[in-house]
Design a protein around this ligand. Structure first.
Ligand SMILES: [Zn+2]
Length: 319
C-alpha cells in the first residue's frame, strides 16, 4: 500500500491506510516514489487493496493565468473590470488555502491541475500543494484554449507549463487537462512526447482506460462535467443540493461497484471555493469515508494502475 491511499474500513469506521510518510512530499509520483506508489495486486476485487470504489478529487488552479478582465461600457469603450479582477484574487487569498486545509482535515490526497502562469505568480502557494502530498498535473501555461493552436505553438505552450510546474513544485507533471477540456487533434501526441502519461479530457466512461498514442500506451482518467463545480454553481446551484447530487452519484456508483470497476470524479476550482461550497464538499467526503472500501486516489495513481494492470480496458484507438 502506499502513501496517499485512503481506504475506509470495516463496520463503518474510517481506517486510514497511510504508509510511507516521506512519499507524501513533492515528487510523490516521480521516480522511486512512483514505484512505491504501485498498487498491490487485486484480490477478488476491481481495485488494489480490496477497494470497492475509487474517488478522484481534482482541484483546478488557474489563478492569475487569465488575461485581465474587461467590461464594455454604454459609451462603447472597454474598461478594466476591477470587480471581476478581485474575484480572481479570491482563489489565492482564500480558496486554495481553504481547500488544502479541508483535504488535510479529511486526511486525503487529491490532484491539482495547475496553470504554469499560476506557478509563476504564486510559487509558494503552488509549492504548498505539492508539499502537502497532492499530485501536480498541468492545465496549460496561460489559462487559454489550445484546440486551435498550430502543432509547434501547442507544443511550446504545453512544454512551458510542464517545465514551470516541475521547477516550482519539484514534481514532473504526469497528467494533462486542457482549458474547457478542449483538446486539439495533436494534444495527446504532444502530451505523450512531453512525458505525460495520462489526460482527463474525456467523459466516455466511469473508469480509467488505456489508448494507444504514438503507438504507446497512454492512460485516460475521465472527467465528469455534471459534478464540476463551475457547471453546478454557475447555473445558480446552492451548496446543499450540490451535496445531495454528489451523494446520489456516490450511492449509484457504489452499488454498481459490487459487480464492476467504478470510479467517481469530482472537480473543484480555486476561485469558486467559497466557504459554504467547501463545507458541502467536506460533508460529501465525510459521507463517502463512512463507507467501506472507498479509495481516495490521485488521478496519477489511477492512470498508473490502468497502465500497469492486465485488467484495465484497452481501447483500440483514441477519438
Ligand atoms: Zn480551466
Amino acid at each position: 500500500m502506499d502513501s496517499g491511499k485512503q481506504i475506509s474500513g470495516l463496520n463503518g469506521v474510517n481506517r486510514r491506510v497511510v504508509i510511507g510518510a516521506a512519499a507524501l512530499g513533492a515528487g510523490a509520483l516521480a521516480g522511486t516514489d512512483r514505484a512505491r506508489a504501485a498498487p498491490a495486486a487485486a484480490h477478488g476485487s476491481f481495485w488494489p487493496n480490496g477497494a470497492r470504489l475509487a474517488i478522484a478529487l481534482s482541484l483546478v488552479v488557474e489563478t492569475g493565468a487569465d488575461p485581465a478582465p474587461n467590461t464594455k461600457a454604454p459609451d462603447g469603450k472597454t474598461y478594466p473590470d476591477l470587480y471581476a479582477a478581485s474575484a480572481a484574487l479570491y482563489a489565492s487569498n482564500e480558496g486554495i488555502p481553504r481547500i488544502l486545509d479541508m483535504f488535510d482535515r479529511r486526511h486525503m490526497k487529491a490532484t491539482a491541475m495547475i496553470c504554469g502562469v499560476s506557478c509563476e505568480k504564486y510559487p509558494a502557494l503552488v509549492k504548498d500543494i505539492a508539499q502537502r502530498g497532492h499530485e501536480c498535473g498541468a492545465h496549460g501555461h496561460q489559462h487559454d484554449v489550445q484546440y486551435n493552436m498550430e502543432r509547434d505553438a501547442e507544443r511550446a505552450f504545453m512544454q512551458k507549463a510542464r517545465d514551470t510546474i516541475e521547477k516550482t513544485t519539484g514534481q514532473k507533471p504526469l497528467g494533462y487537462n486542457c482549458r474547457g477540456q478542449l483538446r486539439s487533434v495533436n494534444t495527446l501526441s504532444l502530451a505523450q512526447e512531453l512525458g505525460f502519461t495520462y489526460h482527463i479530457d474525456d467523459i466516455s466512461r466511469d473508469e480509467p482506460f488505456v489508448i494507444p498514442v504514438n503507438d504507446k500506451p497512454f492512460a485516460v482518467v475521465p472527467y465528469t462535467t455534471h459534478l464540476n463545480d463551475i457547471g453546478y454553481f454557475n447555473r445558480g446551484g446552492f451548496a446543499a443540493p450540490f451535496v445531495e447530487e454528489l451523494k446520489f452519484e456516490f450511492d449509484a456508483l457504489y452499488a454498481e461497484a459490487e459487480t464492476r470497476r467504478r470510479m467517481m470524479v469530482v472537480t473543484i476550482h480555486d476561485a469558486i471555493s467559497r466557504a459554504s461550497r467547501i463545507k458541502a464538499f467536506e460533508e460529501f467526503i465525510n459521507y463517502a469515508q463512512r463507507h467501506k472500501g472507498v479509495w481516495f486516489a490521485r488521478s496519477g495513481d489511477l492512470a498508473q494502475w490502468a497502465l500497469e494492470s492486465k485488467e484495465s480496458i484497452r481501447q483500440p484507438s483514441a477519438i
